[in-house]
Design a protein around this ligand. Structure first.
Ligand SMILES: [Zn+2]
Length: 214
C-alpha cells in the first residue's frame, strides 16, 4: 500500500476506484505547468497534503486520500462551506452540485497548486532547493501562526474535542463558551483559506478547472 506513483498513474487509479474524472485535469496541469510532471503522488494519508522536499520537486510528494469516506465526511463537515466557498461558487455557476467527484479533483489540483507555488520559490532561489525549502517553510509557519487560533482548524478542533493538554479547559477559562468556540473555528477556517500559501493553490486549481468546465 501507499506506493509512490506518477500523477498519471494516481489519476488513473483514483478514476478507476472513485469514479472520478481527474485524468483530464491532470493533462491540463501538464500543459500549464509541465515542471509538475516530476512530482510523485502517494495514494494514502488521512487528508490531502503536499510534502515539499529540500531536494526539490523531484523528491516532493503529493498525498491524496483514496478513501471515499474522507470526501463524504468533508462534504458533511460544518467547516466545509467556508473552506470550499470559491469552488462551490464555481460549480454552482455551472449547474453542478459538488459531490465526491468534484471534491477529489479539487483536492488533487489544490495540492498540485502547492507544488507549483513551491516551484516558484525554487525559481526565486535560483534553483537552490535547500534555500527555497527554508523560505517556503518559514513563510508557512508565519502565516499559520497568525491565524486566530494560531494553527489549522483541524488541529485546534482536535485539541478542543479531546482536551489535549487541557486545551479546552484553558480556552473555557479564557472565556470561550461553546458558541464562541464555534464562531472562532469558523473565523479560523475562513482566515486559513485566505493565507497566501492557500490562496495560490486555490487559484491554480480554479484556473485549471475553468479550462475544463467551460
Ligand atoms: Zn492547501
Amino acid at each position: 500500500m501507499n506506493e509512490v506513483l506518477s500523477i498519471a498513474e494516481a489519476s488513473e487509479e483514483l478514476d478507476r476506484t472513485l469514479g472520478t474524472e481527474t485524468r483530464q485535469a491532470y493533462a491540463r496541469v501538464l500543459e500549464v505547468a509541465p515542471h509538475l510532471g516530476v512530482v510523485a503522488v502517494v495514494l494514502g494519508g488521512t487528508y490531502p497534503a503536499f510534502c515539499p522536499s529540500k531536494d526539490g520537486l523531484e523528491n516532493s510528494q503529493v498525498e491524496i486520500t483514496p478513501e471515499r469516506r474522507f470526501y463524504e465526511s468533508e462534504l458533511a463537515s460544518p467547516h466545509f462551506p467556508a473552506r470550499f466557498r470559491p469552488f462551490q461558487e464555481f460549480f454552482v455557476a455551472r449547474g453542478i452540485v459538488p459531490a465526491v467527484k468534484e471534491l477529489v479533483v479539487v483536492a488533487m489540483l489544490h495540492e498540485l497548486g502547492h507544488a507549483d507555488d513551491y516551484h516558484t520559490y525554487i525559481t526565486h532561489a535560483n534553483g537552490d532547493t535547500a534555500a527555497a525549502f527554508k523560505t517556503y517553510d518559514h513563510d508557512w509557519r508565519n502565516q499559520v501562526e497568525a491565524l486566530p487560533l494560531g494553527g489549522p482548524t483541524s488541529a485546534a478542533e482536535a485539541a478542543w474535542d479531546e482536551n489535549i493538554d487541557g486545551y479546552q479547559d484553558q480556552m473555557r477559562e479564557a472565556g470561550f463558551t461553546n458558541e464562541a468556540w464555534l464562531a472562532i473555528l469558523e473565523a479560523n477556517t475562513i482566515a486559513y483559506t485566505q493565507l497566501p500559501q492557500e490562496k495560490i493553490p486555490d487559484n491554480f486549481a480554479l484556473q485549471i478547472l475553468a479550462s475544463i468546465y467551460t
